[in-house]
Design a binder for this molecule. Structure first.
Ligand code: C5P
Length: 300
């Protein structure tokens, strides 16, 4: 019995990076149609679940104190949504969220936490559900949750739920940077000046970091203009990243986190160290995109 109660499952909730994000239309319900090349980073949050006598939820980590503990927290909403579907299997659980990703910052922290909660609780509760059912449960929590349930390189279309895995490309050395600018995703969508952009160009075989960056140079994040209008300070993050030896600098999602891609992990580490020195109050991490099955890096 004690063994059973002691069993813990710990899952990574990696940062989601929109390498390219094209806005291609709008549905009649107001949601936007997207075409986005997405990778996940070796840096992110962590969700740990274990059986318990009563439900509980706690948070730690540098951004753990910035989130609500109530039903507005996506982890709690994910637990409750899964339990609603499988009431007979959903015994009480203690959930711990280690929060390393800045809140509401365009790198899918909340969505990735929700996805990791669904996957870890499904394992803990012995739920054998089709991935499509878990994706449908996730989609009701947020448009990015289904892609975070996949957690590997993909193209997301529709409002984000129509997912096509892409052939693995090399891990991309990158720096994620956020100067504390906050934007509301719905407000950014509402401020878009153009919603009928072209979809992403066809994805060729990408064999090197240079190949990936050459492809990305033909693409955009169509949300950047609207974010910059609402929060002009986002340009400071872009400029700071451009001042490093980056091959490509772009905003992820609706911002405010921006990323830069480098030729090597060393270049990324050097760039991150310099940025941290100049901007000690910014969120800055050197990481790389993960290929399937990669482990989350330890936090430093
Ligand atoms: O789905 P999620 O809660 O992450 O989205 C937040 C808001 O962003 C939605 O309520 C919607 O206003 C907007 N959104 C959108 N088109 C998408 C995804 C989100 O307009 N594809």
């Amino acid at each position: 019995m004690l063994d059973h109660l002691d069993r813990a499952i710990s899952l990574a909730a990696p940062a989601k990076i929109n390498l390219a994000l094209h806005v291609t239309g709008r549905r009649s319900d107001g949601y936007h149609l997207l075409d986005s090349l997405v990778v996940f980073a070796a840096f992110g949050d962590k969700v740990i679940v274990r059986h318990a006598k009563d439900d509980s939820f706690e948070m730690s980590g540098p951004f753990g104190c910035e989130l609500p503990y109530d039903g507005n927290n996506l982890v709690i909403r994910a637990r409750d949504a899964l339990r609603q579907h499988f009431p007979g299997q959903a015994a009480p659980v203690a959930i711990h969220l280690e929060k390393h990703l800045p809140i509401a910052s365009g790198i899918g922290g909340g969505s990735s936490d929700a996805a990791a909660t669904i996957r870890s609780l499904a394992a803990l509760w012995g739920i054998k559900a089709e991935p499509q059912l878990l994706a449908a449960i996730g989609l009701r929590l947020g448009a990015d949750v289904p892609m975070c349930l996949r957690g590997r390189s993909l193209i997301a279309r529709g409002i984000g739920e129509d997912i096509e895995p892409v052939a693995a490309f090399p891990p991309l050395p990158m720096v994620l940077a956020n100067n504390g600018v906050t934007v509301s995703t719905p407000q950014v969508f509402a401020a878009l000046e153009k919603r009928d952009n072209l979809p992403l160009p066809a994805l060729p075989a990408l064999q090197s970091v240079a190949d990936v960056c050459a492809y990305l140079a033909e693409t955009h994040n169509h949300m950047y203009g609207a974010t910059a209008k609402l929060a002009p300070a986002i340009a400071d993050t872009m400029d700071a990243l451009r001042g490093t030896r980056a091959r490509l600098v772009r905003m992820s999602g609706s911002g405010g986190t921006c990323f830069a891609i480098y030729d090597s992990n060393d270049d990324a580490e050097i760039a991150a160290a310099r940025l941290r020195q100049r901007h000690p109050d910014w969120f800055v991490v050197a990481t790389r995109s993960i290929t399937e099955g990669s482990e989350l890096e330890p936090h430093r």
